[in-house]
Design a binder for this molecule. Structure first.
Ligand SMILES: [Zn+2]
Length: 470
């Protein structure tokens, strides 16, 4: 249903223009169609199905109908005279039918077992048979907007918020699946597309969507940033495919099951995770264990030889612990000063991957203002929510979490000056590409806006509560 809502609506009882049928896409159906015999169209969902056109099988026009429909006349599985397709196939999917299963006849009965178009796309055999065509699931979903956006997924101005809306909140699954194909990882490691998708669906579900910041959208954004970094010459020409696989998995899982509060809160409240991980990198250790658990549950990498991938994955995720940043940065800076960083050395390469992971995680202030400012509002909302909980339970309010004394501008200015800028200055020394210079330029512009007292609200507002309601 969500997929159909993205599509243009054409009533079924009107002729479909040739140019629409010829295009590679689909049409969703309004309930005014004469084929629908439900008790009242108003009692039905606004859109009940869709028409799709498979360019590989131009003799067939597929109708996809959800349940609660009655069939009139001989049924739409008969050939349609004058239509550009020799016959029409109907997919019936029961929605909440009260009148027993629909039995559309022999051909229809066969079709009844079929799934909706995007569900059919989940068959691994089907996916594997399309090595030369556009290689992502969205060809089955027929979402042109998403496809256009994915064509520019390597852009630093990629609008992740719009992408998430276009995918109905399934940005993590859609984008990461696409990136696996783009990097050739699915083919190279013979990954089962079903297991990959199943893994990504579980990852997306394990993020807490109620968190204003640490949710699946943040993980998607970090994964997109990671992809941009992996394409930079120094990484693209030196990293192995295994490095790239680990980097993508680390990016998409690095905040799994984040509770929306920081480590200090977990320690002070005696949370079981704090005890389990001995008050050290509590959240990051948990994210890592969750990632390993989902990899095992999905069986995604089971066919690959057992290596140290779990430990390497863990070391990438643990590198996102901001309290440990100086340790990583000092090592990285030393190598840059001595000019002895060798990408042929696996340990050096892994250090670079850890720094890359850190950059992807905190690159929000390096994005263009219209994207960066949205992330700033979100993270402030999460901080303030923690502060509210602490006040409610008579605890001391954590730094940056008091909505009465802190503001988005104040938090961002400190974050940029003390955390982001030192990291990205070193990254720029290492990478030295147009992207790294551009990120520093955005960083300076954003800092100027947060510290400019003449900027009117909302640039300096301090009450991003509305994000908690989304
Ligand atoms: Zn993160």
């Amino acid at each position: 249903m969500e997929v159909c809502s993205q599509l243009p609506v054409l009533p079924l009882d009107r002729p479909v223009p040739q140019h629409v049928l010829r295009r590679r896409g689909a049409i969703s159906l309004g309930t005014s169609s004469a084929l629908f015999g439900g008790p009242s169209p108003r009692q039905l969902c606004k859109r009940r199905g869709g028409v799709s056109y498979n360019s590989a099988d131009q003799a067939v026009l597929y109708l996809h109908l959800l349940g609660d429909v009655k069939q009139r006349g001989p049924g739409p599985s008969e050939p349609v005279r004058g239509a550009p397709h020799s016959h029409v196939k109907v997919d019936y999917q029961r929605f909440h039918c009260h009148q027993g299963p629909v039995r559309p006849g022999a051909r229809g009965l066969k079709s009844h077992r079929r799934r909706l178009s995007f569900q059919r796309g989940l068959k691994s055999r089907h996916l594997r048979q399309r090595p030369s065509g556009p290689q992502h699931l969205l060809d089955q979903v027929y979402n042109c907007q998403v496809k256009c956006m994915l064509d520019k997924v390597d852009s630093w101005d990629f609008d992740i918020f719009m992408f998430d809306r276009a995918t109905n909140g399934n940005g993590l699954v859609t984008l990461t699946f696409h990136l696996f194909l783009q990097l050739g990882l699915t083919r190279l490691f013979r990954l089962d597309p079903i297991k990959l998708r199943s893994f990504l669906v579980m990852v997306q579900a394990d993020y807490h969507q109620r968190n204003p910041y640490h949710n699946s959208l943040h993980a998607t954004d970090v994964t997109q940033a990671m992809y941009c970094f992996l394409r930079q010459p120094k990484l693209a020409t030196t990293l192995s495919s295994c490095d790239m696989l680990l980097a993508l998995v680390a990016a998409v899982t690095h905040d799994l099951d984040h509770p929306g509060v920081n480590q200090g809160f977990l320690v002070r409240t005696g949370h079981h995770l704090a005890a389990l991980y001995k008050n050290s990198s509590v959240l990051e250790s948990h994210h890592w264990r969750c990632a390993v658990s989902l990899l095992r549950e999905s069986g995604l990498l089971d066919h690959l030889p057992i290596t140290d991938r779990s430990e390497r994955l863990g070391s990438l995720i643990l590198a996102t612990d901001i309290s440990q940043q100086n340790r990583y940065l000092a090592r990285f800076r030393e190598h840059l000063d001595r000019e002895d960083l060798s990408m042929a050395d696996p340990s050096h390469r892994h250090l670079v991957l850890q720094i890359t992971m850190k950059c992807a995680d905190i690159c929000n202030p390096c994005r263009v203002w219209r994207l960066s400012s949205q992330w700033s509002s979100r993270v402030t909302a999460e901080f303030f929510h923690q502060g509210d909980v602490e006040k409610k339970h008579g605890m001391a309010v954590s730094p940056l979490c008091d909505r009465l004394s802190d503001s988005t501008a104040h938090i961002q200015a400190g974050f940029i000056r003390h955390v982001v800028e030192p990291l990205f200055r070193e990254w720029c020394r290492f990478s030295c590409t147009s992207l790294s210079h551009r990120m520093l330029a955005h960083l300076q512009t954003n800092l100027d806006r947060w510290t400019d007292p003449s900027q009117p609200p909302p640039y300096r507002y301090s009450n991003p509560d509305h994000l908690l309601e989304t």
